[in-house]
Design a binder for this molecule. Structure first.
Ligand code: PMT
Length: 405
């Protein structure tokens, strides 16, 4: 999303200004051309040289610097921006923009731009909760400016409460949709991710190697295309993505209940989760001692969630994943037909750089219309982006009737 995009990173005067350096690094690594604009007060907390070194661009601090004006120009900066990100945004800065003041380079750039603007507030809890600040935020939101919520935690002033700037990774994640095409706008996409855990007793379970990375990437990509996303996640170590309704489950039965309930409000379901096909017939309430056995396990079958959706799908667009180690084409096509899917994404999980718990994947799309597409090795984010683009095409080919419920 960020590759070759022009991002203006506005830094106002709060202690969280130091975290803007980490955010800048993430943006630059993702391929963005970042121009930093600092207020006078921000320079009390961190030097322009830090941002200049990290961005590779001159840092803009002064509205009336004629040299900067000729080379860049504050209007030019505002004009060329694909995104304006204000992190941290102080109460003072939010108040000035809400009052229509443009008395320095940052407020002028915000007022002059037509690009999406995301404010990332950071301040003392009482300042954030002050009705004046809240009214300013609400006013700017009404005008179409975007806001992240400050997070709860220990603040630099020693207080506990809401006011901390979100982590740079979360800001990076949250701003992405503002750069993307909104071709899934008005659609609801339900994504499943991760493994399920089937307990034998309080300390043991049956599971698999799924990390959730593939499913979480799909959820983020759908959100970046403007969809409302519901993520049903098995037990993983990943943090819930920004602006995605995340429902945590443990077992296949819990995933079944969550998916069947929430699929009713979805236009698309994408099942990237690795669901256990079987669970122990009995779960012991207490830890089973070595001396007690068991030497063999009795298993019962779990519901096949995707199959159940497929048999009752009506106008739902249904996408499965197939984790295979052999006969990929044959097995994937069989699952596509048996489960009545529109698309199945097959991955050969015996390869080193594909499937479970790695950063990349190598997939093949099998569509219900018989077309097959082979994708090269890509990051899971890139696979997810390709999948969402494929879905947008498939939705365009389907008759109307599944617009946002
Ligand atoms: O999470 P990562 O570490 O990033 O790994 C990604 C992945 C390998 C888990 C992912 O790319 C993948 O292949 N997911 C599907 C794994 C799987 O369970 O495949 P399957 O061929 O066994 O199942 C086929 C489809 O039926 C899947 O969409 C699965 O979610 C669904 N299913 C299976 C069993 C069941 N009881 N209910 C289901 O809904």
């Amino acid at each position: 999303m960020y590759a070759e995009k022009q991002v203006v990173l506005g830094v106002s005067g709060g202690i969280a200004a130091y975290k803007a350096a980490a955010l800048l690094r993430l943006l630059v690594r993702a391929g963005a051309d970042v121009h930093v604009v600092m207020t006078q007060n921000a320079q009390e907390f961190i030097t322009p040289l830090t941002f200049q070194t990290l961005s590779g661009n001159p840092v803009h601090t002064n509205l009336f610097n004629l040299i900067q004006e000729r080379e860049i120009g504050h209007i030019g900066l505002a004009d060329r921006a694909d995104l304006v990100l204000i992190a941290p945004a102080t109460a003072n800065l939010i108040g000035k923009v809400a009052s229509g003041l443009a008395d320095d380079l940052l407020t002028t750039t915000i007022m002059a731009t037509k690009a999406p603007v995301l404010f990332v507030p950071a301040m003392n809890t009482n300042m954030w909760e002050n009705p004046v600040c809240q009214q300013n935020r609400a006013k700017l939101s009404d005008y179409g400016y975007h806001f992240m919520q400050p997070v709860h935690g220990e603040l630099a002033c020693g207080w506990q409460g809401q006011g901390k700037m979100p982590e740079p990774e979360d800001i990076f994640d949250c701003a992405q949709p503002l750069l993307g095409t909104q071709d899934l706008g008005g659609k609801t996409v339900l994504v499943t991710a991760g493994p399920t855990r089937e307990e034998l007793d309080p300390v043991r379970f049956l599971s698999n190697y799924s990390s959730g990375k593939m499913g979480y990437a799909v959820a983020r990509a759908a959100r970046n295309h403007g969809a409302k996303v519901i993520l049903v996640s098995g037990p993983v170590h990943l943090t819930a993505p920004q602006n995605i309704e995340t429902i945590r489950v443990q077992t296949a039965n819990e995933m079944h209940a969550a998916v069947i309930t929430h699929a009713k409000r979805a236009d698309v379901v994408i099942k990237a989760a690795a669901v256990a096909d079987y669970r122990p017939a009995n779960r012991a309430d207490l830890k089973t001692k070595k001396s007690q056995g068991p030497t063999s396990l009795n298993l019962v079958q779990n519901p096949d969630i995707l199959d159940e959706l497929g048999q009752n799908k009506q106008d739902l667009l249904l996408v499965g994943f197939a984790a295979e180690t052999n006969d990929i084409r044959q097995n994937a096509k069989a699952k596509l037909t048996q489960k009545n899917l529109d698309l199945i994404v097959a991955n050969d999980v015996s390869l080193d750089d594909a499937g479970f718990d790695v950063e990349t994947n190598i997939v093949r799309f099998f569509s219900a219309d018989g077309t097959i597409e082979d994708l090269p090795k890509m990051s899971k984010d890139e696979v997810a982006e390709a999948l969402i683009k494929k879905l947008v095409t498939l939705m365009g080919q389907k008759p109307e009737g599944r617009s946002g419920r």
